[in-house]
Design a binder for this molecule. Structure first.
Ligand SMILES: [Mg+2]
Length: 177
């Protein structure tokens, strides 16, 4: 593990941002050498109140599978939510994952037979999703939350994320010049 990379700025700044989960295409992942994806559920694939995957989610997973890209669900939500969501998808699934802890990410990679070098994380929160994958030196892909909670705690978390979103945007504007 490359300790010198583990500044707060590295840990919390995503590597890629997309508008929606299905803008993350198999072709894009393949261009980065990514063969497996660790995916958050709530506000990344579906809002909290959507219990089961819709057609868009199902066809995106089918597209990943057709390209041989493995996928696992890594959620901080409880087993009943994750199990119902995963009922027809049948993916490796880790509820109560405790992100930003990395233990369930490591277990999911072992189950999929992937490594940090060929695995990326997809989520909507820098303080859990990005932090968990960057602790393992993996790529972090972020989408904006589909439908954010409006509680003061969630607003505070989004406020904490703002400098890192700005940093991402600034570095990507520069790399496009
Ligand atoms: Mg989420």
């Amino acid at each position: 593990m490359k300790k010198n990379k583990h500044t707060l700025s590295y840990l919390l700044t995503p590597d890629y941002m997309f508008a929606t989960f299905d803008e993350v295409t198999p072709e894009f992942l393949e261009s980065l050498g990514i063969r497996a994806l660790l995916i958050d559920i709530d506000n990344t694939l579906a809002p909290y109140e959507q219990a089961e995957p819709d057609e868009r989610i199902i066809s995106w997973f089918a597209d990943l599978q057709a390209h041989g890209i493995k996928a696992a669900l890594i959620s901080n939500n409880h087993p009943p939510r994750v199990e119902l969501f995963n009922k027809d998808l049948g993916l490796p699934a880790y509820p109560d994952s405790g992100k930003p802890k990395s233990r369930s990410l490591i277990a999911a990679m072992a189950e999929m037979g992937s490594t940090p070098e060929n695995t990326a994380g997809l989520g909507d929160q820098l303080l859990t999703d990005t932090l968990a994958v960057h602790r393992l030196d993996m790529l972090s892909i972020i989408v904006p939350p589909i439908k954010d909670k409006t509680t003061p705690f969630f607003k505070f978390k989004r406020w904490l994320e703002r400098p890192y979103i700005r940093k991402y945007k600034k570095s990507h504007e520069e790399s496009e010049k």
